[in-house]
Each structure stands twice: as structure tokens, then as C-alpha cells.
Design a protein around this ligand. Structure first.
Ligand SMILES: [Zn+2]
Length: 290
């Protein structure tokens, strides 16, 4: 009897070890020291600018140390509560597609309003890099139609994102409509994870798309403001979840500098588009780099 119990205990211990092995990297990342000695000058400046100029504003923001994942500054009520984040989901849907298609992305043609894009004029033929950069709805709608919900659920889990649900349609998977709700804290960590995997198959075109977004895509307002550095940007426009209702809220997420991000800045601005929110983020980042 004793021997059987010992075997059972040993089995439990092995299961415990295995689970710890799985969980330890995530736990360690969260508990890394975040005192000012380990922060870059840029990150310290970012914290000061936000706390001095924006702590009482209506803008919601999260600032993370891009290396450790630590939250450096937060002004976002219920930042753990899932909300619609619009086009912020597109890179993850794209990666789920890539996983089922040999990590190759298609070329699709956008005909503007005629093909359901947010931009009235056609984006024309796009690869995934340009599609991320300009956040083309037509491209991602066609892509999402080829992503089985279970494949997306697996990817969402790997990146710590809420699942869009088994009954989600292509429109939900590209961030149209309020169906796929994600906590702001989860999406910022997922983007840090995406950057961490930049050398894995299928990821580098998404990162390149974010780099181009800041130069001439929906995040161009950030590129225009930055004088000494560059950024990786994704914008989003989603249904407003504020008490005082607006047609939409604008979101923008920026990793700065693009080459080796030190900070991640995520903003939500009431009643504007994502591209408009990028103007505010650009002004903030400009102050931070000075
Ligand atoms: Zn388009």
C-alpha cells in the first residue's frame, strides 16, 4: 500500500514540476524588478510625462516596460475588463491564418467601400505587410474567412487573449463589431509576446507592417512626430464602452523604439478613430524623446 501511495505522490510531484515548468517563465517575467535602476532613461521620461501631463485627462493609457512586461504607469479604469478593441486583433488573426497555411500570406485586392473597407478609395492589391500598415478591412475579412474558430482559439490561448467564441464570424475575427472582447492588459502583453516571437515563422511580416504603419499607414501621425526614433504601431477603432456614449473609441498601441522596444504605450481616446488617437500618441512620444 505504502509503495503505491509513494508512487502516487511521486506522480503528483512530477505533475507539479511539469506545471511549474510551464508557468514559471510567465510568473518570472511578471515579477522582474521594476525599480528605476533597471528602467531606461526613455522609460523614466515616459512615466514622468504621463504622470505630469495626462494623469487627470480623459485619455486612458497603459505604459509598459517592453523588456520586462512590467506596468510602469496606468490610467485606465477596469483595464482587466474585456472590451472590443477593433483592428488591434488583426495581427493575431493573421498569425492564426499563417499557422494553417505553411506560414505564407496571400495577396488580396481591396476595392475600398465596394469591398467593405473602412477607406472609401481602394487600397488595391495588398500583401500582409501593407494590409497591417493600412489596417485594410477587406484584406483581413478575406483572411479571417479562412481561419477556423478553433485555430484562432488555440492562438488566442497561446498569447493570453480571450477567445472570440466558437460561433464567431469572419467580421468578429478582424475586429468589426463588439463580439470579440479582450482585456486591455491582455492585449498589451500579447503584443509584447508577438514582438518576442519576431523571428518565428509568420511573425516578421506583421512586425514589418507595424513599422510601416508608423511611417505611412494608419499610425503615420506617430512617425511624423518622432524625430530621433521610430515606432511599431497598430491602431484600432471600436464600439465605445464609456458611460457617455460615442460612435466609437480610438485605440493606438506603440512599441518604441522600433529596433529594440523599451516601452509600450497603449491609448484609448473617446469618440475618435484609431488614426486620430495616433496623433495624440505621437505628441506624447515626442515629449518623451525630448
Ligand atoms: Zn482596404
Amino acid at each position: 500500500m505504502g509503495a503505491i501511495a509513494d508512487q502516487k505522490n511521486a506522480g503528483h510531484f512530477l505533475v507539479f514540476l511539469f506545471l511549474w515548468f510551464l508557468a514559471a517563465p510567465a510568473l518570472c517575467r511578471q515579477s522582474e524588478p521594476t525599480n528605476s535602476a533597471t528602467r531606461s532613461l526613455f522609460a523614466q521620461s515616459a512615466v514622468e510625462i504621463l504622470q505630469r501631463n495626462y494623469a487627470r485627462s480623459e485619455i486612458s493609457y497603459l505604459l509598459l516596460d517592453a523588456r520586462s512586461g512590467a506596468v510602469l504607469a496606468s490610467h485606465w479604469e477596469n483595464s482587466e475588463k474585456p472590451i472590443p478593441l477593433g483592428s488591434l486583433v488583426k495581427p493575431f488573426t493573421a498569425l492564426a491564418y499563417a499557422g494553417g497555411h505553411d506560414f505564407r500570406y496571400p495577396i488580396y485586392e481591396c476595392k475600398g467601400k465596394a469591398s467593405g473597407c473602412w477607406q472609401p478609395q481602394p487600397h488595391g492589391k495588398l500583401d500582409v505587410i501593407s494590409a497591417v500598415s493600412v489596417s485594410c478591412n477587406t484584406y483581413f475579412h478575406l483572411l479571417a474567412e479562412n481561419v477556423p474558430p478553433e485555430q484562432l482559439a488555440t492562438l488566442a490561448q497561446a498569447f493570453g487573449l480571450e477567445s472570440p467564441g466558437a460561433d464567431s464570424k469572419a467580421a468578429d475575427l478582424m475586429g468589426l463589431g463588439p463580439q470579440w472582447r479582450i482585456s486591455p492588459l491582455h492585449i498589451v502583453r500579447a503584443y509584447l509576446e508577438l514582438y518576442r516571437r519576431k523571428d518565428q515563422p509568420g511573425v516578421s511580416p506583421l512586425i514589418e507592417g507595424m513599422r510601416q504603419s508608423a511611417l505611412h499607414g494608419t499610425g503615420a501621425a506617430i512617425g511624423h512626430q518622432l524625430k530621433q526614433t521610430t515606432a511599431l504601431v497598430k491602431t484600432g477603432t471600436a464600439s465605445c464602452t464609456h458611460a457617455s456614449w460615442a460612435p466609437a473609441d480610438g485605440f493606438v498601441l506603440a512599441l518604441v523604439p522600433a529596433e529594440r522596444p523599451e516601452i509600450l504605450l497603449f491609448l484609448r481616446i473617446h469618440s475618435v478613430t484609431g488614426a486620430k488617437a495616433a496623433e495624440t500618441a505621437g505628441r506624447m512620444l515626442r515629449q518623451m524623446e525630448e
